[in-house]
Design a protein around this ligand. Sequence first.
Ligand SMILES: [Cu+2]
Length: 116
Amino acid sequence: MKSLQNLGVALLVFFTTLSVQAQNGNEKTIQIKTSAVCDMCKKSLEKAMAYEKGVKSSTLDVDSKMLTVTFDSKKTNEDKIKKAVNDTGYDADDKPATPRAYNKLDDCCRKEAGAH
Ligand SMILES: [Cu+2]
């Protein structure tokens, strides 16, 4: 019981620290609607984001196709991140995927294949 309480306190401190950090400095979090359709898309996009300069973290929710990206606004910006999404082969909000990148995607990852 005691250790569970300690864990609870530790988690609380951890999340409080996280939210303080998010408000501070140059960190910004945005959400981008993508054309991702499956778990492979998720992997590709999160990997591409991991290599993108200035990006701190990213999560793609496959069901809603929303990509949440936290980045350092001094090192990059929303346009660059959307461009990186396009260059991975996916739409980013109103910006269409780069055709060359899109054509390289596996069949299951093309938006038509998802039949949504
Ligand atoms: Cu896919």
